[in-house]
Design a protein around this ligand. Sequence first.
Ligand code: ATP
Length: 629
Amino acid sequence: MTAENFQFQAEVTRLLHIVTNALYSEKEIFLRELISNASDACERLRYLAIADPSLTEGAEPFRIRIAVDREAGTLTVSDNGVGMTRDELIENLGTIAKSGSTAFLEQLEGGKSADLSVIGQFGVGFYSAFMVADEVEVLTRRAGEDTAWRWKSDGSGAYTIEDAERDGHGSDVVLKIAEAQKEFLDPDRLRRIVETYSDHIAWPITIHAGGEEMADDADEPVNKASALWTRPKSEITEQDYKEFYHHVGGGFDEPWLTIHAHVEGKVEYRLLLFVPSERPFDLFHPDRKHRVKLYVKRVFITDEAEELAPSYMRFLRGVVDSEDLPLNVSREMLQNEPLLRHMRGQIVKRVLTELERKAKNDAEGFAKFWETFGAVLKEGIYEDQEVGERILELSRFHSTAGEGLVGLDEYVARMKPEQEAIYYITAEDLEQARRSPQLEGFRARGVEVLLLTDPVDDFWLSVRPAYNEKPFRSVTRGGADLSKIAGGETETSEEEDKADKPGQTELATLIAGIKQALGEKVKDVRESGRLQESPVCLVADEFDMDLRLERVLKAHKQVDRASKRIMEINPRHPLIRRLAERIREGGVDDALTEASELLLDQALIIEGEPIADPAAFSRRMADFMVRGL
Ligand SMILES: Nc1ncnc2c1ncn2[C@@H]1O[C@H](COP(=O)(O)OP(=O)(O)OP(=O)(O)O)[C@@H](O)[C@H]1O
């Protein structure tokens, strides 16, 4: 049969364009990617052969072979893994299926020098072969099939497929090494690359110099060929862990935390888990799951055992290898597998223990972790009854006390003697939180307020009303009774206090006047203890929904009504004092009505809420300005 022509999917062509033109210096990573694919192919076949042993009947043990033919100028990576059918070739080596690939491409195209080290993260590792090869050929035969296929491309936009012959199942990826990349035909160079990147691969990797016809026993394996997680810790280097992390998790940063353990007892398993140091691009994507692979007695079972780790630990990557699960466990069976649930509980606790240790011994490092993954871990505060409190204890927050992060124990330890509650404010971002007028009185009295800016904060607050018996209290809600808390630079004597603000009767009249002017638009008007510089702010009544929570829920169409708010006025503010004077002089008049409306609109604007009638606001504002100028 003659070769059939195919066009690459547009994204692949774009990617190949970048790959072939990149001035990227670490081209050697192509070998890591090809070995990684070969290893996966062996693992997949081993798994399939559990259900259908005939697939591997009579076959050699799994292995990966690297062959150099200097004369022909080719480098071949061979495996006796699962292989590919014709359709799979088209699907796998002609398209990019993974979500996020377009974003990756844009990132690459946008950057001055492409960082191709992260290529494997996007499920496109194979194409890195074109960094060093003028032409790539894949000869492959799917286990259980008779026909083999030859895929061929020069990486310029098209490829061909034709039927072919191959002894046994597996794949040979043949690279016609480019003139400028001849170093990759040097067996010593290749050996060093394998040692650096692929030592953890569980199958024997051999290097054969001098052409294809060399006997199989011509070379010793280059790697240790045992699953990394089964080796004693003392024999594993940081580099081994790191490369394994890259292989298994597809992350290309440094692991921030490595947890390697052999657990024995009611259940026996090994785990090798990593917390990345950088945030994966899809961390908040609704489909994002953890990347922990399940093995049973060294056999890869699935990377979709969702039950292995909770969603609030979806930053985890790594391997869990069970001794107790049956090898033929199906993916469906896993959903109701009590052993798995048991392991999950232990894994969660194990990870938390390690995080607690980090928090204790390396506050700075932990703060970095928290900035990266805290928003995800906090989901566990409300999702997981069992460990929610532990996560809360681990949680770190920005606060009005400074730039750094603070934990709740630290916050409680520096609470004012008279302070009963843990105060917080929620906002879209730190800037907005810090600008909130509701904070003024707290700042003046030196009362620390937590600044909560993750959407998840509203949710955990609704299920955890207190920490160690100290209630959480929003500064935008009623009941933040600051008068009990003395101190701060604005502490005033009673006389000064009186001189500073209108008399009680005047203030009462003013408040009554504003109430009358605003009518149903507010729930109440009252004197504020929390304002310092601003004339007004809005707060929620004690049992009403917090301002921002209501906004978040409205945006998600979870509530459609708007609670009426309480408007607080600052009796020390010149504007309020002036209004009180006017009332004393002339009673409630139109000007007061207008001023009340303006005050309410101002309070809404500060809060980031829409104002009811922008045209009226503008007219009133103009009137007042004319009078003032
Ligand atoms: N040697 C091989 N044997 C069988 N299938 C292979 C082989 N090499 C590649 N494939 C198939 O081609 C697909 C694409 O490979 P590619 O390296 O581009 O991405 P990936 O392996 O899915 O992701 P990653 O690069 O993160 O490992 C693989 O998922 C696999 O299905």
